[in-house]
Design a protein. Structure first.
Length: 395
């Protein structure tokens, strides 16, 4: 078991009508002039954006609006937000939406007080020392960005998608009303659950196998998400199941399921290149990559995959053949992905075969021009990355 520090300072306000508290919370954390950051038309169409803006104004707060965030949020929008915040002297950023909007808000928050190019943080050239306070009204449970220190941004110049993590960007508060997720389309719901499960699995697949309580929490999150996603796909207005999913997304990425473990984020890094190149839904990309990663690294710690198969995927334990039990767990996960409409390989994800040149370009970006490795469960060299992409391509 690794020594660890657990830090999750975000104030969570959860439940029906929780957004009614937004003005009080902004003022509690020092906001006076607020950038309300959002995505596309759904926030307007649902009436949530107007409601939030009205509540902020009624609370005596000035607001500035910036919409247009897209999935795999763009650096150009971040630059627009930085310029707007500086011009309007914004002192607080409120994201209304899902992970893409929250990640964009964090990047803007880093950039406003910084004299250089905000992309430097994502390239590892500098580390943010300060940022504007951020908070969110969550509408799409998936990324867990509402409680995490992470932000992932796509630079359109080269289709490069990179994450940056810094504790100072954790949102001050997160408002979570499960009712606001009732209208999520089935595909978005399934992709979101896939993403939050992967946040847990990236921590779970570790060589540290003596933190049994953390493992038990992770397994409970995974089992609950598996069960509840089927419930909401049958009945989108199942409040109980929607609430479990909304809270599960936060638990999956606020580091609770990683306490005492050395996580492995190789699947996420491999997927970032997929969504950077093809602009696919992040959760679906993770589903397309994970089975190939799992088969490739299985023998690094067979017992860990056996535990996942038995405790999460309900596979009977064949004590005479642990590796076969482990493989059946991976196959069970593939069946689960298909049952909720997720792909299990790259052709299913993008609708065609991927070329060798495209694979090589993703490997080049994932390895930072062949200079770094990825992962810890098995340290992946560029050759390993190539092999996994080819497996996921069906070769």
């Amino acid at each position: 078991m690794k020594d660890f520090i657990y830090h999750a300072p975000t104030e969570v306000v959860f439940g029906k009508e929780s957004e009614e508290q937004v003005a009080r919370l902004v003022k509690k954390y020092g906001g006076h002039k607020v950038l309300v950051h959002y995505g596309g038309s759904s926030a307007k169409r649902s009436g949530l954006l107007d409601k939030i803006c009205g509540l902020l104004r009624e609370g005596g707060l000035d607001i500035v609006l910036l919409g247009g965030v897209v999935p795999n949020p763009r650096l150009s929008k971040v630059h627009e937000g930085i310029d707007l915040c500086r011009k309007e002297k914004v002192d607080f950023i409120l994201a209304v939406g899902g992970g893409s909007v929250i990640d964009s808000a964090k990047a803007i928050a880093y950039g406003v007080p910084y004299n250089g190019e905000v992309w430097d943080f994502y390239l590892g050239k500098d580390d943010a020392k300060e940022c504007l306070p951020t908070a969110c009204v969550l509408t799409i449970p998936a990324a867990g960005s509402e409680m995490s220190e992470s932000s992932v941004i796509t630079n359109e110049d080269g289709d490069v998608k990179i994450g940056y993590s810094n504790q100072i960007s954790r949102p001050k508060f997160a408002i979570m009303n499960p009712v606001r997720t009732f209208t999520l389309p089935p595909y978005q719901t399934a992709a979101g659950v896939t993403d939050m499960m992967m946040h847990t699995m990236e921590r779970y697949f570790s060589h540290d196998d003596d933190m049994t309580l953390t493992d038990a929490v992770a397994e409970a999150v995974l089992r609950t998400m598996k069960d509840c996603v089927h419930d909401v796909l049958k009945d989108p207005e199942d409040y109980r199941a929607r609430a479990q999913i909304m809270w599960g997304g936060s638990i999956a990425h606020n580091d609770l399921t990683g306490c005492g473990l050395s996580g492995d984020w190789a699947t996420h890094q491999l997927e970032h290149e997929l969504s950077g190149m093809f602009d696919v839904t992040h959760g679906a990309g993770l589903a397309a990559i994970w089975p190939s990663w799992a088969r490739y690294v299985l023998r690094e710690n067979v017992s860990r995959f056996v535990r996942f198969a038995v405790n999460v995927m309900d596979v009977p334990n064949d004590y005479t053949d642990p590796e076969e039990t482990a493989r059946k767990g991976i196959e069970a996960m593939e069946r689960f992905y298909h049952s909720i409409g997720m792909p299990i390989n790259i052709p299913e994800l993008i609708g065609r075969d991927i070329t060798d040149d495209e694979i090589e370009e993703m490997v080049r970006k994932c390895s930072h021009n062949y200079t770094i490795t990825q992962g810890q469960f098995k340290v992946l060299t560029p050759a390993d990355m190539t092999a996994i992409y080819k497996m996921a391509a069906g070769r």
